[in-house]
Design a protein around this ligand. Structure first.
Ligand code: 5GP
Length: 190
């Protein structure tokens, strides 16, 4: 039985949409809110989308050992606060973390029971189209994220579970089945 689920994969692959859809079906599933130094997008609220921190505040918390994992991603920093995760797991309900690949590796090492799921795009071209269609990033940022995505895609084999997000509804069903089997299943995560 597992109560920490890590959803990883390249930016634009649909991790957020998948998690949102799964949580509609499974409202007990909590989402850990990450900290970041990047600027909020127009629709993003502090302490809902992220805890938006200054670089100095991120450094302070890092030095105080407050992060379970953290990473630099496309020029900004992201991390999972220990307190945030503990508060949610203490409630006894399963928690999801949405992380880029470096962070997922750190959680794999720090929390051996965590279930790690890599979300892959059908192809790099589809990923490019999705990042462009999303319209949340400037052209230069998209190019930077795509360059990172190429190396992230190579990490797919490191993760025990891979879901290809081609048709969203199918991927949600697959993720839900995996979630239920790992949450209730007897054995440790593969
Ligand atoms: P975005 O800027 O698009 O919100 O996120 C950029 C990347 O950082 C995405 O791949 C996202 O999943 C990842 N990310 C979000 N929160 C965290 C976190 O707490 N730690 C790590 N390592 N990555 C994160």
């Amino acid at each position: 039985m597992s109560d920490i689920f890590v959803i990883t994969g390249p930016s634009g692959v649909g991790k957020g949409s998948l998690i949102a859809a799964l949580r509609e079906h499974r409202p007990e599933l909590q989402l850990s809110i990450s900290a970041t130094t990047r600027a909020p997008r127009l629709y993003e609220e502090d302490a809902v989308a992220y805890y938006f921190l200054s670089d100095a505040e991120f450094d302070r918390r890092l030095a105080a050992g407050e992060f379970i994992e953290h990473a630099n991603y496309a020029g900004h920093r992201y991390g999972t606060l220990r307190g945030e995760l503990e508060r949610r797991t203490r409630a006894g309900t399963p928690v999801m973390l949405e992380l880029e690949v470096q962070g997922a590796r750190q959680v794999r090492d720090a929390i051996p029971g965590a279930v790690l799921v890599f979300i892959a795009p059908p192809s790099l071209d589809v990923l490019r189209q999705r990042l462009q269609a999303r319209g949340t990033e400037a052209e230069a940022t998209i190019a930077e994220r795509l360059a990172v995505a190429e190396t992230e895609l190579a990490a797919r084999e490191e993760f025990p579970f891979v879901i290809v997000n081609d048709v969203l509804d199918d991927a949600v069903r697959e993720l839900e089945a995996l979630y239920l089997s790992q949450r209730d299943g007897a054995g440790p995560a593969r």
